[in-house]
Write a protein that binds this ligand. Structure first.
Ligand code: ADP
Length: 578
């Protein structure tokens, strides 16, 4: 059951509909500005003929001030329009980038938990941050420059034909060849760019993992291996860039060659047609004005190709189905009682390898179900099903009589609390970490949670108390202290259903007793599923499920199971901890 990865290819039409059309006003203004700018840009080449023939050759000096004035105005218009253009469109492009990033992140967070099992977080960071950058070239000046370029080229061709149609043919032909080469080259480059985003994401992802796991890597002396993997990644990236460089430089060089060829031909033809100096100069200038945008277009083309490749990758991600799109999970649960019923539940991560086989049990509202068993037996998977991180392949789980797979995730999870082994604390203050599921909780609630989880027992010793910053840039906490913060957080969230994965690591006796005490408070009155390792927790449980190879081997209370003298008894007597 691998999450499918549809290959997406964003079409021009989609881009037009979703990106260009909603900004039609701005882009229209952009096009208008580029039109003015390009029209003004044609004044200097036009001016070469009167300057040459009337002023330099015929010495009609009275025309000079006019000519200079017209030229100055034209240059000024060009400068102002291109400035305004950049300001309007580049700002809008950046705005779009931030909107898109937010949209992609939002979608990403709505993807099923399973999706993240198979992904490097660094790679996903790159998907959110880098892949959308390309649209800068679509909305930014790129697209209008392209249109402007085409316009200038067309206008220039008009002027060229007016001066000399035959000579024009000599310019247009090689340039058409160039156009075809460019188009061909870009269709080759698009997949290369697309691949590049993927490689970058992989390499960045691996590097992030390396840095996060630096202790393990150093501990196992695995640096050479990491270096090798990174080198291979960087090499792959280099090869990809080389591939696109070869194509782009072929485009540029063939452009230069064909332009050169056209110039040689023009020189010959202007001799043949006996052009005046002014005509020759004007023709050459217009020719430059026609060719420049075409060459420029090849650059813009490469930017646009990159933009499309990035959008392709973004689209791939956006096409992945979210875990709750509101069509299947339509049942809203108000206040949960917390009665769970597992009926013949089976689950497999990979087809043909069942991890849970026909599990059936019920957990009454407010009861504590302890899951015990050897590692790999399926305890976490059961907890994952209760948390709706996973869905049963067959069988049903009901909550208060409702099929859990039909219940809206938001309405369910707002009443769910999860405390995991290596609990997630983020950089920030202890208070922020506790407040995170309920940012609007009152100070009294926070204090109550803090006391119940014995967090104040260590924060009182900190100068800033609950406002002490933890994490990389702050205080380092012990495992037991981190656990207590996670417990305080869960107490504050006040969930109806609680999933608890007890830490296996040995804590000092003092921490241990604090945690036992606070867990007791936490579990009170809530339906709790606990992957239990502490005897004290297991003894408190309403029922113990002994899981063996994905099935329930035994069930009952501690005393019942001890009396039964079976698997639980073995686990209990052979291991001090289960
Ligand atoms: P426990 O919590 O009892 O240690 P788990 O429920 O984590 O056991 O795992 C049960 C089985 O499922 C194990 O064989 C494990 O290898 C497999 N498993 C767990 N998570 C995944 C996953 N994301 N993909 C594939 N197999 C998995």
């Amino acid at each position: 059951m691998q999450p499918q990865k549809p290959k997406a290819r964003v079409s021009l039409r989609t881009v037009f509909k979703t990106i260009i059309w909603p900004r039609k006003k701005l882009i229209f203004i952009g096009l208008l500005l580029i039109l003015i700018s390009r029209a003004a840009g044609l004044v200097p080449p036009w001016a070469t003929k009167p300057f040459m023939d009337d002023i330099l050759v015929s010495r009609q000096m009275d025309k000079l001030p006019w000519l200079l004035a017209v030229l100055t105005v034209a240059i000024l218009i060009q400068a102002v329009t291109s400035y305004v253009l950049t300001i309007i469109l580049s700002v809008e492009a950046q705005h779009l980038i931030s909107v898109l990033r937010a949209k992609v992140q939002k979608h990403l967070l709505r993807l099923p938990t399973r999706f993240f099992d198979n992904q490097k977080s660094g790679a996903l960071v790159s998907r959110v941050m880098n892949d959308v950058e390309g649209v800068r070239n679509l909305v930014g000046t790129g697209l209008v420059q392209l249109v402007g370029g085409v316009l200038t080229a067309l206008l220039s061709v008009g002027f060229l034909i007016y001066i000399n149609p035959w000579m024009t043919l000599f310019v247009v032909l090689p340039m058409s060849v160039f156009g075809i080469i460019t188009l061909k080259a870009f269709s080759i480059i698009r997949p290369v760019f697309r691949e590049r985003g993927k490689i970058t994401a992989d390499v960045t992802g691996r590097l992030t993992e390396t840095l996060n796991g630096i202790r393990v890597i150093k501990g196992f002396n695995a640096e050479p291996q990491e270096i090798k993997v990174f080198e291979a990644g960087v090499e792959q990236l280099f090869k990809n860039i080389k591939k696109s460089l070869t194509s782009t430089s072929f485009v540029t060089s063939s452009g230069t060659f064909l332009v050169g060829l056209a110039s040689v031909g023009i020189m010959g033809l202007s001799g043949y047609f006996e052009l005046s100096a002014g005509d020759f100069l004007q023709f050459t200038m217009f020719m430059v004005f026609m060719i420049a945008p075409i060459v420029q277009m090849s650059n813009i083309g490469s930017q646009l190709t990159e933009a499309f490749a990035g959008l392709d990758r973004t689209e791939e991600l956006m096409n992945l189905p979210v875990e709750d799109d509101g069509t299947v999970r339509t049942v809203q649960v108000e206040k949960i009682n917390g009665h769970f019923e597992f009926k013949d539940v089976s689950f497999a991560y990979e087809e043909g390898k069942p991890v849970l086989k026909n599990i059936s049990f019920s957990a009454a509202a407010g009861s504590v179900t302890a899951l015990v068993g050897t590692s790999g037996s399926g305890k976490t998977t059961i907890a994952g099903l209760v948390a709706t991180f996973l869905n049963p392949d067959s069988g049903t789980i009901t909550l208060d009589g409702q099929d859990l797979s039909k219940i809206s995730l938001t309405s369910y999870r707002s009443q769910l609390g999860v405390v995991l082994q290596d609990d997630f604390l983020f950089e920030g203050t202890i208070r922020e970490n506790i407040l995170f599921p309920r940012p609007d909780a009152t100070e009294a609630d926070v204090q109550q949670a803090v006391k119940a989880a014995f967090v104040n027992e260590f924060t009182d010793r900190f100068e800033k108390g609950l406002d002490t910053v933890i994490g990389e840039r702050g205080v380092k906490l012990s495992g037991g202290q981190r656990q207590r913060i996670a417990i305080a957080r869960a107490i504050l969230a006040n969930p109806r259903v609680l999933i608890l994965d007890e830490a296996t690591s040995n804590l000092d006796t003092e921490s241990e007793s604090f945690i036992q005490e606070s867990l007791k408070t936490l579990m009170e009155g809530r339906t709790t599923f606990v992957i239990a390792h502490r005897l004290s927790t297991i003894r408190q449980a309403t029922q113990i499920l002994v899981i063996e190879a994905g099935a329930i081997a035994e069930r009952g209370t501690h005393d019942e199971l001890i009396a039964h003298n079976g698997r639980y008894y073995q686990l209990y007597t052979y291991q001090a901890r289960i």
